[in-house]
Design a protein around this ligand. Sequence first.
Ligand SMILES: [Zn+2]
Length: 414
Amino acid sequence: MRDTRAGLDGLSGASISSARDRGEEPSRKRQRVNEDEESQPLGAHTSSRSTKDPECYSGPRQAGDHIVLVQGVLFKFKDHSLGECQRLKEKIYRGRASIPAGKEWTDEAPYKVEDPRITPTQFRSLHWFLHLSPEENVALKTHPTVNDFTRILHLSAICKTYAMNDVYRICFEFIEQKVTKKEIMDPMSSEELTTLVKAIIHLQGTTTVIEDEGVKLAKTLTNIENFWCERVIKKDGAIGSVPSIHAAEQLNLSRLRGTAYYQHLEELYGPDADQRVSTDGIVTPPKVNARLNKEQLIRLFFGHSLLVNFWDTFRPTPMQLPRAHECSEEEHKICSAAWNNAWKTVLGWGRLTRIASFRVPELIYILRDMLSNEKELTEPVRPACKRAGLLALQKKREELQMGLGSYFLGCITA
Ligand SMILES: [Zn+2]
């Protein structure tokens, strides 16, 4: 049955249900399997380990009901419900035509969905959608609940497989409208954000998507990734660095990968970390999260090494000071000399030397701040040249932050 009606906008997002079947969906890089692979040996009996889905298989099977098996879970479909999904109906009927007269798909010999990309969670959402009454269907489009939102996200993954253009349309409009709402987005966990991103990636892969919608989906995906990165940096609620590392790698989100790995380094070695080297040089091993596998640990610590190396290389050679229009080449020699002197001066001060070398974005931020207040950079240095130099530093920091993902790709052996 449909969830109790409640306006999506009026509910606390904290009640958004999570994706239950964690990690069951394959990577988006996985290729579409041939549709023929979804066929099943006729009369094949199910394993005794199959279970009835508590939500989608209640009560006894009645004549005409179709029993469908998805990854060990049995679903019961009313025949009339398949009208909204002709592709599934054709598959079920095509297979049934080969069964001896009078025989139907049953618990013992169900119609098997063997496409490994289709999960019970997605199929549960499909079952829910196909069994909505006409009134519920209208309500879904006008006053969707938070649970509707989650179900629609799961459904988006299979609307292409089953050629359900109406579902694609609903998914697209849901996502475009709801991701702008703070009360929906703010309470989302990394698991729920993963479901949302997967839904968008699935929609991007549908053949029905038109150019304008494709652009909107790409923009929405970027906005969600930026939102996610901000939450990781703020250590906000349910968004942790480690689940975000897993999600970023699974979803191939480069900026999130860089942000999440970097944030985890901050937790290990940053100003709030417990890690300390004693005066005799002996250090206790850092406590890394057990959910990171060996490959991820290599990427984490190799990224640390690359960041330290960046700072060691960047620090000794002052960035070239850009020349403003109003400054002549001759005058600019004075500007540049003062800039280089100031650069070397501030780098020796405790405010910078106390900061761990891997924290390059923070180091560049402080370096810029110190140069902006440096007495050596007053007259005769042209203010416009100084501003250009500070702007160049700011851009360098932004470039570094945007490209942090490239620091955490591990290493290659020659
Ligand atoms: Zn100048």
